[in-house]
Design a protein around this ligand. Structure first.
Ligand SMILES: [Zn+2]
Length: 207
């Protein structure tokens, strides 16, 4: 967002689509337009409108995730969801990353991968009765990153503490308490035990 708090990308895409439509009208009035050009312009407009709508819902997901992470971390968290185009430039294999400042303290920003955000958005938009494994992990990824922003830098500790917040996060994102408990239980019993050693602590009180 910016000084005016406007979603710039959807606005730019809409403006671009409008420019193409205006150019098409102008071209038709001044000597016509051949069929191929018309098809290209229409296709381009369609892609831009589709991109703009996708961007709008991506922004809505980001702000929903930011609000929930903020509540869990107890400090402002700005979630950034990777766009599909960014996946090609990401060298990281982690599902989420929290940046730290020069003193090593976490910044209030959490980057989530495209696939984590896509799974979160799909789960939020579903009836939540039968989430996929990926969707349940994606909810946990949000909890885990919120733990980092709250000040827990060690992976094992962040992972352990997030086990106790998964159900709350799921509820804040719209799950019933039964669905939230089932999701948290699944992660704790089916995913957590197979996490790499660096993500587990010996005496995690929530495991
Ligand atoms: Zn982590």
């Amino acid at each position: 967002m910016n000084a005016f708090n406007l979603p710039m990308r959807p606005i730019l895409l809409a403006l671009l689509a409008l420019l193409i439509v205006l150019y098409g009208i102008w071209a038709i009035r001044h000597g016509g337009i051949d069929r191929l050009t018309a098809v290209i312009l229409l296709a381009l407009t369609g892609v831009l409108v589709w991109q703009g709508m996708a961007e709008r819902s991506w922004l809505a997901t980001q702000s929903r995730l930011s609000a929930v992470a903020t509540q869990i971390a107890g400090t402002p968290v700005k979630v950034h969801c990777q766009r599909f185009s960014e996946t090609y430039f990401s060298a990281s294999s982690a599902e989420g990353i929290v940046g730290v400042d020069e003193t090593g303290a976490p910044k209030g920003e959490a980057d989530l991968t495209y696939s984590a955000c896509r799974d979160l958005a799909a789960w939020i938009g579903s009836n939540k009765a039968s989430p996929t494994r990926e969707q349940m992990i994606a909810v946990h990824v949000l909890t885990h990153e919120a733990m980092h922003v709250s000040g827990i830098t060690a992976e094992g500790e962040a992972e352990c503490e997030s086990l106790s917040f998964d159900a709350r996060v799921a509820e804040l994102l719209g799950a019933s308490s039964k669905e939230a408990t089932a999701l948290a239980t699944y992660y704790r019993t089916k995913v957590y035990p197979s996490m790499p050693a660096g993500y587990r602590t010996k005496n995690c009180r929530w495991a």
